[in-house]
Design a protein around this ligand. Structure first.
Ligand SMILES: Nc1ncnc2c1ncn2[C@@H]1O[C@H](COP(=O)(O)OP(=O)(O)O)[C@@H](O)[C@H]1O
Ligand SMILES: [Mg+2]
Length: 365
């Protein structure tokens, strides 16, 4: 696992406070994001994990100004900390801006995003050259020749061989892995401070996955940018993240440094996620899965949303939403089990063993 950066307030690049987002639909109002609070610091990689539907993508789409049109930001703040072209320190609350304004002022240049399916970001009718050069000409005011040279450099950097040839091609002429590399090159074209990767390898086969993850990590190391990495795969998290936020039903239920989450998990939902993470010698049929399914977010949720699936739930979990307990270090947990009055619950045996094994593999035990 990677060495964590210091999380010093003065190095914040993004700060989300008490964010609530809902969607109007024919079947009612979906309360998709319920009180998310999260900070991103310069040079760190945050992984947002959680089952499908937990609110990972909605959170990031809101940051990018691409929330679906039936979505409403009910309350909260998303503060971006950045430097303007004269080097002056600025802040902007993205929830107070129109989506158009966010995209015009910040997308590409301050924040860039890589999606699961590279074809959502690529234009099938344009050559790779045009797609990668255009933002540099438009936003960085490069000449065509400068942009061409920079494009070639970027394609080389993301591991594309024979970039001259690739520049003349169209997206459909490239493999899936190659397309995702192009998308990453485009994302880097304007030198953003923040790179958001939403399940960037899910659509790719396993060997390519590892290479793309390696690529994102090396870019992060070299450029010192901040990365938000969305995934449902904790194996990936262990490889890339400094800091982890676990989401369930629109809330962050546990967050902390990667070691705090992997070696000292406190929320039974996180236990479930870790237990269901495949490791080198677990055969797939032995793999644990969290029983039940996430709640319907059109209903008002009483208590801890995970309670009905939680074998360790206390009575209070069905009644009252748990606050975020500070359990030391950077580690915060929204579970009544962390209340000093709660009965002591042991980590499941299998998970205890798994953690011992992970620590051994990391050379920590
Ligand atoms: N445009 C929309 N209209 C209604 N519900 C939506 C819309 N977009 C997302 N949702 C709902 O918001 C919740 C969070 O979705 P999402 O952030 O995409 O989850 P994930 O964690 O898988 O990325 C889900 O319940 C999803 O169905
Ligand atoms: Mg998603």
């Amino acid at each position: 696992m990677v060495q964590s950066v210091k999380r010093d307030k003065k190095d914040r690049v993004l700060s989300i406070r008490d964010l609530n987002i809902s969607f109007k639909t024919n079947y009612g109002v979906v309360n998709a994001i319920r009180g998310v609070r999260l900070d991103l610091f310069k040079g760190e990689t945050i992984a947002i994990v959680g089952e499908s539907g937990s609110g990972k993508s909605v959170t990031c789409k809101t940051i990018m100004g691409i929330l679906d049109s039936n979505g409403i930001i009910d309350s909260g703040e998303i503060t971006l900390f950045y430097k303007d072209e004269n080097g002056n320190e600025k802040t902007a609350d993205l929830t107070k801006m129109s989506q158009k304004q966010i995209r015009y002022e910040f997308c590409g240049r301050k924040i860039a995003m890589v999606f699961q399916d590279p074809m959502t970001s690529l234009d099938p009718t344009m050559t790779i050259a045009k797609q990668i050069m255009e933002p540099m000409i438009e936003h960085r005011h490069m000449t065509k020749e400068e942009a061409r040279q920079h494009a070639l450099d970027l394609l080389t950097k993301v591991g594309i061989e024979n970039p001259e040839k690739r520049m003349k091609q169209y997206p459909h002429e490239l493999s899936g892995g190659m397309r995702q590399r192009v998308v990453i090159a485009i994302a880097l074209a304007c030198d953003p401070d923040i790179l958001i990767c939403d399940e960037p390898t899910t659509a790719l086969d396993v060997t390519i996955q590892a290479k793309i993850i390696e690529l994102i990590k090396s870019i992060q190391d070299e450029k010192g940018i901040s990365v938000i990495y969305i995934t449902h795969d904790l194996g990936v998290v262990a490889k890339v993240a400094d800091y982890v936020a676990v989401m369930y039903a629109g809330r962050i239920v546990e967050k902390g440094r990667v070691n705090e989450i992997f070696y000292d998990p406190r929320h039974p939902y996180t236990w479930g996620l870790l237990a269901s993470m495949p490791d080198t010698d677990t055969s797939s049929e032995r793999l644990f899965a969290i029983a039940g399914s996430p709640p319907d977010l059109t209903n008002r949720i009483k208590g801890d949303a995970f309670a009905p699936r939680n074998p360790y739930a206390l009575n209070i979990d069905f009644e009252l939403e748990p606050p975020m307990f500070d359990v030391g270090g950077q580690h915060r947990v929204a579970s009544w089990l962390c209340d000093p009055r709660a009965p002591k619950v042991e980590l499941p045996k299998d998970l205890q063993e798994k953690i011992v094994k992970m620590k051994k593999e990391a050379g920590l035990a």
